[in-house]
Design a protein around this ligand. Structure first.
Ligand code: CJB
Length: 825
């Protein structure tokens, strides 16, 4: 092939001139505009189209290689994928960022401006959804055959506006002007049955056969989003299902006299994938939510089986060798009875054979111990929507109870405790139990969390099947969470230790030897300062608040939840404010407290806490007596793209959940990787972060899990803290006045009530004093510039363990047993 021909190969990396030509071509031919007329949105779309051409070539080669090598693959089932923006990430992973930015510059366009045009793909609530996004990035980077399966929500997580301090939810319309990354695949549409009834038949051999006559059928349309691995070799897909009405008319139900039922039960097919449920860590129990779960699991399983059959026909004996399915929490647990239904009713395998396959295919990740997040569905609801699945669940449970009886003969208490069915006023199906019973591996997401899963949540399951319950500590992709979001720090690191750290994060340890080096400290902290300046500009633009970049930027970014204790942070801010009012010379390093958080729309107290933060912020920010020593900033509409701006600019990372409540946390890892120092409890992955960075480089405070348990046992009395600690009393009483809400006394009282009258479930008051002490230690540490710089460098240097590549390696070696597949040209 001559040089010219080689250049025209779309898969060879483009140079600047070619990139420029490609952008202009798409401006003309795809968007029908030109260089003079194009606005930033058009430039963004044309740039994406130019990249997508390369990406699709990689995708084609990947799929071909996977097919010809007949690879075993992992299928990551998740109701949420919080992808954020893809332009900068795809460019970084393809190694084309500088080329693209140079090409655009020559066309008179700033890449950073057009990046702002991209709406976030906010198809998730928080940590669980973002983890799925980091995992698929790692899977592609590590050249592992993998596919993400989820829901193509028309509206992702709501857009948050703040009006007079309160959260207002607005619909998110991420696809209103089209999404340049996704491809519709009508050739792979699936049909999903719902409702109806089950007919029992007797076959010739006397075999009982079940036939489900659905009351309605909906269509699942797949949209593929290419997932580009770092260095661009493997391009996997994220396949998201959109629902639509089916052309199918249900003669079965009609003929069986079920016409009226069929009409009544006909869900509006399009509504299934309309919206993401905005509840994080709470189980909503809504019929539509169960339908969403079944809808994407059923489409995905059929898609997997279609692909398997293409290679293996009706021979099921190799299915479990080729297919592993990871259940991201219990949201996709209904896939277990669905696979059983397909194997038993459709493929006509006998039960034991089917169960043997099924329990080699599924593995389940638990992400929380919070009781309100453990999914349970009324048996009646499952019976109505998925009548055959309820029968299968009963059968699984019946056989499981026999196994329990062998281990604990005639122990009805244990049976009731372990049963998939919770008896009571209303029979409930426990999806966690179904997941543990139907999977070959169950993992928690941090050492401490996995220990508690074994000891507190599923101790009997651990006794019954030793070794099944295990740990895989979470991780984050350093491509997005350092290389792409913090280009200045990345370049500094490249210069110092070389540029192979994004694929081998332990390489960052080489920075440790420069932690005391004055010149490097200066460079490292200069980058931080520059990032703080960028965030300060953003804060000015969005809120008209001036913040001093020499102040400590103290950041708490995560969903708003009582267990995450944003109100502990707030009470400390109020205490500082009070100290300043009492003593104008109160000595403290100026601090900017920055929050980002969405509250579930129905979670009243969480919304009250947002309101309180904003009201306290108004007062403090405008009180001249504070002398700019404290600023409080609540940045609205916290999302992935905002996190990418906040994290590089943070000095302090607030990870202050009640010990035992945060399964892992992943924001803690992102912030530490970017040189922020953690103030945190011994909870979730904070414990492992502390182990990595060492006690001198983290501020740990508060009760341990054991102490939390002891105090609960003993009888926790929040009023004791209120009466004993005058500062606690003063700030709580302050909430009752109209000081922060002029003319509206009592507007913030619900927070005080939750902490006193409602028992302070998350022990905010018990940890308050120790938190204040940790904050004083932070203040002292920051005054010593060299000490702080050293701590920050060590935090970055010691984050090797928390790359999602390491998490994926753990899954691969211990659970999935996958091998990488080289992509042939
Ligand atoms: N998590 O984001 C969610 N949603 C849930 O419904 C349950 C848990 C979070 O998952 C993250 C990823 O594993 C964890 O880091 C985090 O601690 C947990 O709250």
């Amino acid at each position: 092939m001559n040089a010219k021909a080689a250049k025209t190969q779309p898969s060879s990396p483009l140079d600047k001139a070619e990139f420029k030509a490609a952008i202009v071509k798409h401006l003309h031919c795809t968007l029908g505009t030109d260089e003079n007329k194009a606005n930033n949105h058009a430039w963004w779309k044309a740039t994406c189209a130019a990249i997508q051409a390369q990406v699709l070539e990689g995708l084609r080669k990947t799929q071909k290689s996977h097919y010809f090598n007949d690879t075993r693959a992992v299928h990551y089932f998740s109701a949420e994928f919080l992808m954020g923006r893809l332009l900068s990430n795809n460019l970084q992973n393809l190694g084309l960022f500088d080329v693209a930015s140079g090409a655009l510059k020559e066309l008179g366009v700033e890449i950073t401006d057009i990046m702002e045009e991209e709406p976030d793909m906010a198809l998730g609530n928080g940590g669980l959804g973002r983890l799925a996004a980091c995992f698929i990035d790692s899977l592609a980077t590590m050249e592992l055959p993998a596919i993400g399966y989820g829901i193509h929500y028309e509206h992702g997580l709501f857009r948050q506006e703040i009006k007079s301090g309160a959260q207002i939810e607005r619909p998110d319309s991420w696809r209103d002007y089209g999404n340049p990354w996704e491809i519709c695949r009508p050739e792979s549409i699936q049909e999903v049955p719902l409702f109806g009834y089950v007919e029992t038949k007797y076959g010739e051999s006397g075999r009982i056969q079940k036939e489900w006559h659905p009351g309605s059928i909906v269509k699942g349309i797949p949209w593929d989003i290419p997932v580009v691995g770092y260095e661009g070799k493997t391009v996997n897909v994220l396949r998201l299902w959109q629902s639509d009405s089916s052309d199918y008319f249900n003669w079965d139900v009609f003929n069986a006299g079920g016409y009226v039922d069929a009409q009544r039960e006909n869900v509006q097919a399009e509504t299934i994938s309309k919206v993401l449920y905005p509840n994080d860590e709470t189980e909503a129990g809504k019929e539509l939510r169960l339908i969403q779960q079944y809808f994407f699991c059923s489409c995905s399983l059929k898609d997997i089986i279609r692909r398997y059959k293409r290679a293996h026909g009706d021979d099921w004996s190799r299915f479990a060798d080729q297919v592993v399915i990871q259940l991201n929490d219990t949201h996709p647990a209904i896939a277990i009875p669905e696979l059983m239904r397909i194997l038993v009713d459709r493929a006509e395998l006998d039960w034991d054979q089917a169960w043997g396959i099924s329990t080699k295919v599924f593995a389940y990740t638990n992400h929380t111990l919070l009781p309100e997040a453990l999914e349970k569905w009324p048996a009646r609801m499952i019976e109505k929507i998925l009548p055959r699945h309820l029968e299968i669940i009963y059968e699984i449970n019946h056989r499981f109870m026999a196994e329990v009886d062998k281990k604990w003969p005639s122990d009805n208490r244990i049976k009731a405790k372990l049963s998939i069915i919770e008896e009571g006023n209303e029979k409930m199906v426990r999806m966690g139990h179904l997941s543990v019973i139907g999977s070959f591996a169950v993992n928690g997401v941090a050492e401490m969390h996995s220990r508690l899963v074994k000891s507190d949540l599923f101790p009997e399951f651990d006794a019954l099947w030793p070794g099944k319950l295990t740990n895989v500590t979470n991780g984050i992709t350093p491509r997005r969470w350092l290389k792409a979001c913090n280009p200045e720090l990345s370049k500094l690191i490249d210069k110092k230790i070389g540029s192979d750290w994004p694929k081998d994060l332990y390489k960052l340890e080489a920075l440790e030897k420069y932690a005391d080096n004055k010149a490097f400290q200066k460079q490292f902290m200069q980058v931080k300062l520059n990032n703080k300046q960028l965030l300060a500009d953003e804060i000015r633009e969005s809120l008209d608040i001036e913040v001093d970049v020499n102040a400590i930027f103290d950041v708490q970014i995560k969903r708003l939840h009582e267990y995450k204790r944003q109100h502990l942070n707030l009470l400390h801010i109020m205490a500082l404010y009070r100290r300043l009012l009492e003593n104008p010379d109160y000595d403290m390093v100026p601090r900017v407290f920055i929050f980002g958080a969405k509250a579930a729309p129905g979670y009243k107290l969480a919304k009250d806490i947002i309101y309180a933060i904003n009201k306290v912020a108004d007062k403090i920010n405008n009180d001249p007596r504070v002398n700019n020593k404290i600023k409080v900033v609540f940045l609205p509409n916290y999302r992935v793209s905002l996190a990418e701006k906040m994290i590089p600019a943070s000095d302090v990372s607030e990870q202050i959940s009640t010990a035992g409540k945060e399964a892992s946390g992943t924001g803690n890892m992102k912030l530490a990787l970017n040189g922020a120092i953690t103030v945190g409890t011994l909870d979730g992955a904070n414990v492992e972060i502390a182990e990595e960075v060492g006690d001198d480089n983290i501020f740990i405070f508060g009760l341990t899990v054991e102490e939390v348990h002891e105090l609960k046992e003993k009888g926790y009395k929040p009023y004791d803290y209120y009466y004993r600690d005058p500062e606690i009393k003063a700030v709580l009483d302050w909430l009752e006045t109209d000081y922060f809400t002029p003319g509206k006394p009592g507007a913030l009282v619900s927070i005080k009530q939750s902490l006193l009258d409602h028992g302070d479930q998350y022990m905010v008051l018990a940890d308050f004093r120790s938190y204040c002490d940790a904050q004083i230690a932070i203040d002292e540490a920051y005054r010593d510039k060299a000490r702080w710089a050293k701590m920050a460098i060590i935090n970055t240097a010691k984050m090797g363990k928390f790359t999602s590549d390491r998490s994926i390696k753990d899954y691969v070696e211990r659970i999935w047993k996958l091998s990488p597949c080289k992509i042939e040209n």
